[in-house]
Design a protein. Structure first.
Length: 296
């Protein structure tokens, strides 16, 4: 089905269409193919020109991990890398024994960011899709990130804008994310950040920024934008409402929030080394400022 759909999509030049149009055609093709072949298939064909890998980080997620992997298995991925960090439950055995799945197990907690960097280093695909083991995202939504990268983007972020409060009610983490994008000349990205899954990267992103930079997601994003890589937020997936609440990520000034704010400070400091302390903001001379002040 994947091979036939890709050939048909190329003939119809479907890869140049908007993501919504591609997904609609993909799902319609699946229904027709399944009906003609007498199959009840959940697989989703996509007109990808390159290969794709998925990286899942998990820490004691035996209850949710099977559902996460089940959605990924519907996509034309060449590999699914599950990074198990600090698991002392049944997460290892909860992963389906699919030949596309590679399990990387670490007895100590690495943290999701380190886990993603390790998964990226092990991945071989042209497109790298990232998600977490505690949050099942529909394959149809994940497909949008794959398509965005296949169409030439280097970074596909989750558009959380519809789920965020007005600026006056936003927390310091959200404002840090928005300021970083603004300072790097991408106010259109708003508060969308590599800290939120799902997201996807191109192989060019990894070559330009380096895999180790993923350990600090805002720094990786800042370096990518400073170096002219393409970024987009193609779809909105509500991971805020579904996010698993822990003592470390809830409450004002919680540990996770403090870490993310610190990561953004590190990101700004890193790009200032090459971009200058003003980043993309224009410095006006006294005469220009005087003209603006005296303008009628």
């Amino acid at each position: 089905m994947q091979v036939c759909f890709r050939e048909w999509a190329r003939a119809e030049r479907l890869d140049h269409k908007p993501i919504g149009t591609i997904l609609a055609a993909s799902l319609a093709y699946r229904r027709g193919y399944a009906a003609a072949a007498g199959l009840n298939t959940p697989w989703i064909p996509l007109p990808l020109s390159g290969s794709a890998s998925a990286i899942v980080t998990a820490s004691n997620e035996e209850k949710t991990l099977p559902a996460v992997v089940a959605e990924l298995r519907k996509l034309p991925l060449q590999e699914i890398i599950v990074v198990l960090n600090g698991c002392n439950d049944g997460s290892f055995t909860a992963v389906d024994r699919d030949p596309r799945i590679t399990r990387l197990s670490f007895p100590e907690r690495l943290g999701h960011d380190v886990g993603r960097a390790i998964g990226a280093a092990a991945a071989t695909g042209d497109i790298l899709l990232f998600t977490d083991g505690d949050l099942s995202v529909a394959a149809e939504d994940l497909a949008a990130f794959l398509i965005a990268i296949d169409q030439g983007e280097d970074l596909a972020l989750n558009d959380l804008s519809p789920y965020l409060p007005p600026f006056s009610q936003q927390d310091e983490v959200t404002r840090c994310k928005a300021f970083l994008n603004l300072a790097l000349g991408r106010p259109d990205l708003k508060a969308n950040s590599l800290t939120a899954v799902p997201n996807a990267l191109s192989r060019r992103f990894l070559r330009t920024v380096g895999t180790a930079a993923l350990i600090v997601p805002p720094k990786a994003q800042a370096l990518a934008l400073a170096r002219g890589l393409k970024a987009v937020a193609p779809i909105s997936v509500d991971v805020i409402r579904k996010n698993r609440i822990r003592t470390s990520n809830s409450g004002t000034g919680n540990a996770v929030a403090q870490m993310i704010v610190g990561d953004h400070i590190e990101a700004l400091g890193e790009v200032m080394k090459t971009e200058g302390v003003r980043l993309r903001f224009t410095t006006l001379g006294r005469s220009e400022l005087a003209k603006m002040r005296n303008a009628r």
